[in-house]
Design a protein around this ligand. Sequence first.
Ligand code: SF4
Length: 504
Amino acid sequence: MKTLPIKHFDIEGAHKHYTDGVIHKNIRVPSRKISLSNGKALFLYDQTGPYSDPRVKLNPSKGLPDLQIAKNHSGKNVTQLYYARKKIITQEMEFVAIRENCTPEMVRKEVAKGHAIIPVNINHPELEPMIIGRKFLTKINSNIGNSAISSGINEEIEKMLWSIRWGGDTVMDLSTGKNIHETRECIIRNSPVPIGTVPIYQALEKAGGVIEDLTWEIYRDVLIEQAKQGVDYFTVHAGILRKYIPNALKRKTGIVSRGGAILAQWCQSHKKENFCYTHFEEICEILKQYDVSFSLGDGLRPGSIADANDKAQFAELKTLGELAQIAWKHDVQTMIEGPGHVPINKIQENMDKQIKLCQGAPFYTLGPLVTDIGAGYDHITSTIGAAIIGAMGTAMLCYVTPKEHLGLPDKNDVKEGIISHKIAAHAADLAKGHPLAIARDNAMSDARFEFRWDDQFKLCLDPEKARNSRKSTFSSDKKCSKDYCSMCGPQFCSMRISKNIKNN
Ligand code: SF4
């Protein structure tokens, strides 16, 4: 492996803390300890891996240390769903239970029902297990990956670390350009979070970029190659059937999913059914040997407000629900991808239909973006929909950056996309009444009311930006008064007045 730009990062005010397993004594579960100036401490969910622990030596040429968790499974079926149904609490289940502050038995039950997944390929031993399900903290995914015209391996690794630094719970490598295999290898070996891919992209590269030359055999070989490498979940567009294509083509913006468009063209050219659908059981056989989870792709997601909740979208969703049943028959963990562009008044129907048609399988949505006019600000149009659908029970939100619809995101776009979707996920968790989320907000409110500025910075998502914003409105450090800010000024600080009333 080439030498990569791998290094530790500082998270202001945070210290790495570990909790030992009770059932499985060998596991050490990380959290982020925030020590406050009032003597209290808060333990936050932390997915940054060894990068935020200076005590762990990093080795850029070898990758992260092996956690010795995933390797303990062997046999033909190694999935967490298989073990959960056998009533076995695995190390991964206890790991996520400690992270989420719930019981290992609750984790096992949710996984056994198919209502949650723990994406953890047995060949990704650097991974710290995490869970995606409506009863748990809402997660976010960030996308990285080179394209034919932009970005190299070092830049992609930097983007991955940057995503993790700011709170990405999973990372999807959407590379379509050169060195796909090598880029992915560097990413997996250095990632403490699950890595997802869309294997049809690499299959198309192998077919020389000619859609008509794609075959099931090429696709199957890519699945095996990536599963062996350690990819934790695959987006598989198996729900896009030939009969759905005419309706999709009548839309304002047609088919906007890359994978969906590729497979639709293949079906039309060959006058055959989608090979991901016709070979679905063989795909399950491959995935269950490595515990790769399905992310059943929404190839017909709406790409504009006018196309939301249409016939093509919901026909595909019904098929995805049927495919989830087949995946579960093989003990393959499964989540379902969702839209897209949806106006606020049509979001609830998406969630209701997904729960009904997919029997509670976790929903993983892109936004939804609630208007089409936000170019340059589509991380905002996305987070509005994401917060709403998250509060309704969507388990993971795929981030959207300000570059959406415009170009490949750079580092700053990645940060903006991550932070805005962390806010959406956290807002959803508050709406769902998650105690960890409520505790953080209460600590922030106390710090705000007591003018403990440093504590406020430690508790927010971007301490540096918050600190600089406050500082920049005072002409000097000395003038940076403790008990007001420049928003209302000293005479009109309502919190100070309110405190005075309370104290007198
Ligand atoms: S000045 Fe206004 S905005 Fe600033 S701390 Fe006081 S109440 Fe809050």
